[in-house]
Write a protein that binds this ligand. Sequence first.
Ligand SMILES: Cc1ncc(C[n+]2csc(CCOP(=O)(O)OP(=O)(O)O)c2C)c(N)n1
Ligand code: SF4
Length: 280
Amino acid sequence: MGQAPEACAAANNGHGECEVVFDRPECMTDKVMHYCPGCTHGIIHRLVGEMIDEFGLFERTVGVCPVGCSVFAFEYFHFDMIEASHGRAAAVATAVKRADPNRFVFTYQGDGDLAAIGLAESVHAAARGENICVFFVNNGIYGMTGGQMAPTSLIGQKTTTSPRGRDPGIAGPPIGVCEMLSSLPAVAYLARVPITSPKNIHTARKYMRTAIRAQLERKGFALVEFLSTCPVQWGMTPIKAMEHIDKTVVQTFKPGVFIDRVTPPKETTAPAVERTAVAP
Ligand SMILES: Cc1ncc(C[n+]2csc(CCOP(=O)(O)OP(=O)(O)O)c2C)c(N)n1
Ligand code: SF4
């Protein structure tokens, strides 16, 4: 956003005009977001907006919103968005993409929506290699409905439905969505990134670009998982919540690229190694 003219003039001692160096993506509305302070849903929304602008996809994008705190995501973007009922975002996105393959189609989903209520839709869309992008916001809890345990809650994590901490003997260990989908041959791209620092946000952009290219090049299903905060339901300050991801959450949910069938392999300049057969 540009500065007010008076502030701008003061900053320049009355000479010249301020250059706008940071602005809202064109495809985003100026509506004030409803998210709690310190929630990274807003950052991830912005990343989505930046990507749609960068790839020039505004005219042909259809986004699919979930249930959960991001249920109102459609209010923050100018392009077309559809509200899917509980967990059905991947199925709705499948229908849109198959009906009009020229559309750029993505879903935006929390872990309750994608990995609990909509697990079957998510896995089968990936197994079929649907040519869609999934932006998966993993904050390890049901944010919107009061902080219940999610499939992604950590072992020992206290939630309203696991007040003594998640017991894997009762609830099983957390589901790693990237790990689970990694065995599916029709998946084109899978990556996970924490949204905790400018460096990691830069990495998130890189992963999102590859996921979008997967769809534009018709390579199949692509998912980027964001390790996101929920300071309110975690009972932490925003800064503690960021530290919690970097120190603790990443130990269970390892960041990185899991599957990449989009980026061509780098040509190697190393001389070929002669191999001696050892087997009979
Ligand atoms: C079938 C069904 N299951 C559960 C719910 C309640 N519900 C709506 S949103 C939500 C939580 C979604 O959490 P998540 O997807 O993790 O998103 P967050 O709010 O954390 O961003 C739940 C449990 C429901 N309405 N219907
Ligand atoms: S409840 Fe959690 S996920 Fe929902 S807006 Fe607040 S901080 Fe974000």
